[in-house]
Design a protein around this ligand. Sequence first.
Ligand code: FDA
Ligand code: NAD
Length: 427
Amino acid sequence: MGRAFAYVILGGGVAAGYAALEFSRRGVAAGELCIISDESVAPYERPALSKGYLLPEAPARLPFFHTCVGTNDERLTPKWYKEHGIELVLGTKVTSADVRRKTLITATGETISYKILIIATGARALKLEEFGVKGSDAENVCYLRNLDDANRLVNVMQSCAGGNAVVIGGGYIGMECTAALVTNRIKVTMVFPEKHCMFRLFTPKIAEFYENYYKSKGVNFIKGTVLSSFENDSTGKVMAVILRDGTRLPTDMVVVGIGIRANTALFEGQLTLEKGGIKVNGRMQTSNSSVYAVGDVAAFPVKLFDNDIRRLEHVDSARKTARHTVAAIMAPAKTTNLDYLPFFYSRVFSLSWQFYGDNVGEVVHFGDFSSGKFGSYWVDKGRVVGAFLEGGGREDYETITKAVRNKAVVKDLGELGRKGLDFAFLE
Ligand code: FDA
Ligand code: NAD
């Protein structure tokens, strides 16, 4: 048994949703496009899961955050796919792929063939077991990658109101879930191996601001260590987290955010891989010309960084690589290589920051850290290559974007710090 489509998108996350909208705008015919996803719902804006979804009051729920509301665009409900003749194959895992034969096989044994495949399989959360810690399948230990995880987290959180949580990991999930837990009246201890939170991006000075803010909300930080085991009660629930130095942290629940791995397994040995992802060119085309890759799973050349290959794990990149791929497929003659400016953001409590570019070179902080509007530039070879801003307005963010995009020339680092945001405005 089998079905055949001109275009198949493997994976039904953020990138798949944005690709579908682009396909429909470019005139894909009914019955030509199919999306296969092992999730049971149509593509949605994944960032909502660690923000609006976890609010104690009036939480965000589907269908309100289906793609593409994240860019104030159309909301693609299951009805939309139906009306546009796009086949949504949900709750279906693809278990093998053959790029030579142009076929995918699903867990139900169906063969789906394609002329063009877009790999949009995203990533999976790393498990503690991969670091030698056992027991993360306990009912009050939560990961957060998809809707099922988010529902589980909400249930566990509700059953722990007024209690304690240990959050493992000081990255995006750790920071955003801690803020959500505190808002839900749960007292949090964060544990992570680095010297400060958001180690991959924040400078020590920026991290200090957020850590102090979190401390003012009652959050306790234990840095420079990792957990070694869980202590469970007779029902298997985790009662305490034991750290490597022997510290015992009694807890009602645990949230784990220790990074991700891109879902490349189906294509290992068939496509070229790099930086933990599937390597593509500036048209998002893999080493097989009928296969494209987008979003978290794609490692693509960033023109602005001298075509260095990067795999980005952020929603803006998923949206833009998806749209670019569809343009490259549907209008090849009119589509040049992607020229992408990396953009990351987060919102926690009433704070909100944005970052553009690359965090390499010398750091120059600016602004008033006590007033909550501050930032930093990264300067490499006399040019701005990255910029971070907390508490800015729309115009501020647009302005620092331009400074990074144009690689503004910096003559004097001291002056750059003194001018701060004005430097970008004067550019
Ligand atoms: P995505 O993970 O969205 O989708 C992949 C899809 O493929 C999933 O539906 C998966 O189930 C499916 N799939 C995988 N293998 C399959 C198989 N074999 N068969 C069938 N289906 C398969 N970024 C940001 O910039 N700002 C933010 O605030 C946030 N916030 C945020 C919160 C949370 C909780 C998470 C988990 C992530 C974020 N992100 C983020 C990151 C952002 O969500 C992420 O970069 C995008 O979702 C990536 O989109 P993709 O479509 O590549 O993968
Ligand atoms: P991350 O890479 O941001 O952070 C991982 C953290 O895990 C590290 O900072 C470190 O503190 C910790 N860690 C690593 N090894 C550990 C170990 N052995 N024991 C304990 N801690 C360890 O990953 P994440 O926070 O898990 O986020 C997952 C994905 O979701 C990422 O791709 C991220 O970009 C995405 N996400 C993004 C946003 C956003 O952009 N606002 C929000 C949520 C999630």
